[in-house]
Design a protein around this ligand. Structure first.
Ligand code: EPU
Length: 416
């Protein structure tokens, strides 16, 4: 199992280029199933999750080829409508094939995802929506089995906004008979990217990016040739890396308009951020000041940046309150940061982070994707050597992060 070793205390300087968004690329790949032909998706990050989605789509009978951040998906034939447990257990986003498979083939059998490191993460809202659209759904032996000759447009209200739930139903509704209205839909930029890709395939969708999305079903969709938006969480992680090392870095290929909540909180903490000629410049202060955050659905502060922000607050001046409102168990990084000298206590959904002068390098364990990124940030800021174990979590969502950090001066290496 690979590990990452970091010698901390270096000020990062230079320029970094951001890749395509994982959480936009995955639903786009699933959306290819709705068409019959060759789909080209550009700016796809070379990540473990992308490969898992590619293998799953190949398992359904399609062609998948990945080269130079471009995914080719040949979807002429679907020979199976089954997404087995082996795929779903390694990546929950596999559940994104449920809506498209059902809409295209009239049938889908998808393993129920279990709980995961960050919470229970049920998919009841995906199922409720498909049932409203006329699907007959049974849960049996750990699988969701869904059938529908043709899905029908419906009015669907989500009790809480769900990102992949909104995406699954938007894809299913694109080929349904009639109009579907999704209320209290997720507004994340990745939902908008999927809507734009579907529209480029011939779908009729209005309101993506707001809480009410209207989808008028069509009979057929053509394959897409589409470029994925830049990853806002990778961008924010590099902003954090500069902020926490008193660094000075420029960030290419980002979409700061998708990052306002994070940018505001970073600025409040003392980072100086500006945009010029499409590049973001981030200057970290000698020491950050503490800032409170609460994670919220978009446009609120992203839960996917909570762990990384906590790493910053662990050495900021003062005390910060960090409240996690989306997932009930997303504080696994706290115990690891404490091993590096952080002073953090948790009560319910809120972590109280009392900033210490400095962290000390230590051997630590990554518990999930964003937790592993937070430990990299802590390691970059710490005095001494940090060795992060279980970095396979990191490889699910960050493309060669150590190779992007090294040119900025970071003393970081992967131990095979
Ligand atoms: N929820 C339900 N029922 C459902 C669906 C969701 O109760 O049927 C709850 C969840 O348990 C959670 C909340 O609704 O409390 C929001 O979850 P959501 O469904 O929005 O999460 P997701 O779609 O499973 C996506 C991202 C996550 C990101 C969350 C929140 C993808 C592939 N995954 O997950 O990304 O944290 O939205 O923004 O888009 C990551 O990249 O590290 C990651 C975990």
């Amino acid at each position: 199992m690979d590990k990452i070793e970091i010698e901390g205390g270096v000020r990062l300087k230079g320029e970094v280029c951001i890749g395509g968004a994982k959480n936009a690329a995955l639903p786009l790949m699933a959306a290819a199933i709705l068409s019959s032909g060759e789909n080209i998706i550009k700016n796809v990050p070379g990540l473990r999750d992308v490969m898992t989605m590619g293998k799953l789509i190949a398992h359904l009978g399609c062609g998948f080829h990945f080269e130079n951040n471009q995914a080719l998906l040949q979807t002429k034939k679907i020979t199976s409508a089954d997404a087995p447990y082996d795929f779903v257990k390694t990546m929950r986003a596999s559940v994104l094939v449920l809506g498209p498979l059902l809409a295209r083939t009239g049938r889908a059998k998808v393993s129920l995802p279990g709980g995961c490191a960050i919470g229970a993460r049920p998919i009841n809202l995906h199922i409720m929506g498909l049932e409203k659209m006329g699907a007959a759904i049974v849960l049996s032996e750990g699988y969701i089995e869904a059938k529908a000759k043709r899905l029908k447009g419906a009015e669907i209200y989500f009790d809480m906004p769900t990102v992949t739930g909104t995406e699954n139903l938007m894809m299913a509704a694109a080929l349904a008979d009639g109009t579907t209205i999704l209320e209290n839909a997720a507004c994340e930029p990745e939902v908008v990217d999927l809507a734009n890709a579907l529209i480029s395939m011939g779908a009729v969708i209005e309101g993506a990016g707001t809480s009410i999305v209207r989808i008028k079903g069509v009979n057929k969709l053509r394959p897409m040739n589409y470029t994925v938006i830049p990853d806002r969480i990778e961008t924010a992680t590099f902003i954090a890396a500069s902020a926490v090392t008193n660094g000075e870095i420029r960030i290419k290929n980002s979409r700061p308009d998708n990052l306002e909540a994070v940018l505001n909180k970073m600025k409040e903490g003392g980072a100086v951020i500006s945009e010029k000629k499409g590049k973001l410049s981030v200057k970290g202060p000698a020491r950050l000041s503490s800032v409170d955050i609460k994670t919220m659905p978009y446009p609120g502060f992203a839960t996917d940046m909570q762990a990384q922000f906590m790493a910053l607050m662990s050495i900021a001046e003062g005390t910060s309150l960090i409240t996690e409102n989306i997932f009930e168990n997303r504080f696994m990084h706290v115990a690891e940061m404490k091993r590096m000298g952080a002073d953090i206590s948790i009560e319910g959904a809120t972590a109280t982070v009392r900033g210490v002068k400095s962290l000390k390098g230590a051997p630590v364990m990554a518990t999930d994707l964003r937790a592993s990124a937070s430990l990299i940030l802590a390691g970059l800021a710490a005095k001494g050597t940090t060795v992060i174990d279980r970095v396979y979590h990191l490889d699910r969502g960050y493309e060669r992060i150590e190779e992007k950090l090294r040119p900025l001066g970071a003393k970081i290496r992967r131990i095979k």
